[in-house]
Design a binder for this molecule. Sequence first.
Ligand code: NAD
Ligand code: MN
Length: 362
Amino acid sequence: SRLLRIGLIPGDGIGREVIPAGRRILEALPSSLGLRFEFADLHAGFETFEKTGAALPDRTVDVLRGECDGALFGAVSSPSKAVRGYSSPIVALRKKLDLYANVRPVKSVRGDAARKPIDMVIVRENTEDLYVKEEKTFDRPESEGGKYAEAIKRISERASSRIATMAGEIALRRQKIRESSPPGSSIHERPLVTITHKSNVLSQTDGLFRTACRAALSAPEFAGAVAVEEQIVDSMVYKLFRQPEAYDVIVAPNLYGDILSDGAAALVGSLGLVPSANVGEGFAIGEPCHGSAPDIEGKGIANPVATLRSTALMLEFLGEEEAAAKIYAAVDASLEEGRLLTPDLGGRATTEEVVVDILKRL
Ligand code: NAD
Ligand code: MN
């Protein structure tokens, strides 16, 4: 059997109420899958910062690097005003572990007649673009227009190509899952990757992103198997809102990916449903998209679905697709039945009731 060592970083607020659900679903996976798990309880976040002076203690990074195969990260609270010495631990973790992709599947609940069927994955480049944070402010005499600021937008062939390759691999993997699911259970018939950019204006930077993605997706493993199209980012937003069912896998540079993925999450009804994974070579951190939700903290009503789906997503990137599929199926079945829903979905169930219901369906 395979041993997977998983770091658990609940963080702040409802992170502490949902991350235990991730651990429980891993422990409840059928033994026929041949997986064993060991867990390391790790700290990060604002409360950790207030207690220890570090939002991301060295020990957390060392244990993840040295002793773990993957991790689950809950959420952290950011102070509303800048606090000296505090910066976001998840951003630091992505850097330190070179987690170069942020992957966010957005899927509607089947049978939710109020919404269009949606089943897409946004694959966001996570290391460059405007987020290299090389900004500068210049003083200039008022007569010449006054103060101005600039930021570097950096796009490399290497980073663009590897993110496109990951998008292509995800598209193929989704196809494999579709082929082994009952007919009619998916809204897509064949794998499609949509490259998002603004190369009509930014011909050098986004132009490079576009050509590097095109080149990567014409590799033999994808040619013929994955359809590739492009979409200028502004019209992408328009189509995403009007016709979300048209998208399968979307690949985007950092900034557009950030914006598109939050926007797409709004299409399915609750932040409590949407998972993500931060992925690098041989390491993945599953992370629900929501924050620490101070308004519902301590009430026992946080929706655990985003975390359970993030747990499955982490497993997928650790090569355990079958285990991941079991979790997705259990979550979907529970949501489709719709008997036990947390208040964010209009129900009255508690976190615990939803977790127990999903565990039963494994
Ligand atoms: P939020 O995601 O915490 O909450 C937004 C709304 O969605 C709230 O009404 C909340 O109750 C609801 N919600 C979120 N997750 C839910 C769940 N699982 N079940 C049910 N309802 C859920 O965003 P916010 O209120 O803007 O931010 C709160 C704190 O979280 C801030 O300190 C912010 O900086 C931080 N934050 C952290 C992350 C992260 O760690 N990745 C992301 C966003 C916000
Ligand atoms: Mn964002």
